[in-house]
Design a protein around this ligand. Sequence first.
Ligand code: G3P
Ligand code: CA
Length: 294
Amino acid sequence: MIRNMFGWLAILSIFSGCSADAGDPVLLPDDRFLTIAHRGASAYRPEHSIPAYLLADEMGADYIELDLQMTRDGQLAVIHDNRLDRLAGMPERVRDLTLDEMRRIPYGNHFNEENPGIADPDFAGVTFSGLSDVLSRFGNTANYYIELKDPGKWGEMEEAVLRDLTAYGIIGERDVESDPEGLPRVILQSFSEQSLIRLHELRPDIPLIRLYSFKGEAHLSSSTVRKLAGYASGVGIPAASAHSDFIEKMHDAGLAVHIFTVNDEDEIQKFIDMGADGIFTDRPDAAVRLSQRH
Ligand code: G3P
Ligand code: CA
């Protein structure tokens, strides 16, 4: 079920620990459906928190998903929004704070107030993390699916991510570590084509996912798909846009399709049946169960 011969070579390079040929994007295995824990098991615990990632890991998620924003002191904070109001009830922006200041903000308290049905006294001490904190906590026991948010706004966000991944042994000098099942330890994702092309130039061995949003059904021209296949391993698209013709077209080009964000069990099953290669979900328990039944 490998999509083409190029895919075989790329997959073999992952299994053998060798880097992909320079310039060739890594192709992801297409014989399994990936559960990507969106901001951790975020249906149950504060998003992007260590407890949410621990639960995702316990539930058997294939990847934990992290969004990154840069702080005032040029560190990488694990947070989706560029402001703290939704998560912490504070007016500050991420770029106004240092990472150490963010590490002292107990946004778990705010989570408990906003989510009384799933509040837990243990969340009270939950604070924001840096990428380095999550990598330090999980090391090579988890797989990471990392989004660079608004990389064009920052200088050298790509280099900062690669530096942290190298420091914690997730990537070697020339190759990405793999888990025991052969999945690459890290996938990088962004809505920014420029950022992904930069990452591909720096590290062609790291699988990259180009995120898209569409007004209606997903569609990419043939020339766009050709360009995409030159640097990316796949695309991430919203559930509302996904359809089988698009998935088939991506597969014909050797590209994986991951769909965000899917929590309803019937919807998860629909995308498994449609041939998608994985979903981002706040409920990794449901996705793991359904994909294993498949
Ligand atoms: O990264 C895929 C998906 O997470 C994109 O949506 O807004 O949750 O980052 P968002
Ligand atoms: Ca994301």
